[in-house]
Design a protein around this ligand. Structure first.
Ligand SMILES: [Zn+2]
Length: 158
């Protein structure tokens, strides 16, 4: 079987570093006398170098993307924590003010109901509405403010 020496040379070039000493000697001798295979070897070398530099570039891109994702996740966690804290404070404030004002308001409504001469369920319904409505408004305001604050802080932090 006769093999084309150029095919043989290109096969050896494709093998790259894994050549035996006699193969390297033969290949070098062939490249010295054959311009076509020399060009092929140079092109192959360029491809190999390009392939070797590629994973590095992809790695740094991947690292940057991962860092950004981690940072984004951390800020999301922080934001959620801050919002939960604000919700907790809002609930606490509403609960506290309700506890302090309910007995007073209840007596005031009872007195007003008595003074106006309406049946007790009317002033009791009015009391319930007036007691719930501010709590709802306050918690809604605090929540909106909380979202606003955290989105502002986010901009400054970046
Ligand atoms: Zn050749």
């Amino acid at each position: 079987m006769t093999r084309n020496p150029h095919d043989e040379a290109r096969e050896l070039i494709a093998l790259g570093d894994g050549l035996s000493d006699p193969q390297q000697v033969w290949l070098r001798a062939h490249l010295d006398e054959c311009e076509a295979c020399r060009h092929y070897a140079e092109a192959a070398g360029r491809v190999v170098r390009a392939l070797r530099s590629q994973p590095l570039a992809a790695d740094s891109r991947l690292v940057r993307a991962t860092q950004m994702r981690v940072r984004f996740h951390a800020s999301r966690l922080r934001e959620t924590r801050e919002r939960l804290w604000l919700v907790g404070m809002a609930c606490l404030g509403v609960g506290l003010s309700a506890t302090l004002t309910v007995p007073f308001l209840w007596r005031l409504f009872a007195w007003l109901g008595d003074w106006a001469g309406v049946s007790s369920w009317i002033w009791q319904a009015g009391f319930a509405f007036l007691w719930i409505a501010p709590a709802l408004v306050v918690s809604a305001l605090l929540l909106a403010r909380g979202t606003h604050l955290t989105s502002n802080g986010e901009k400054q932090w970046r």
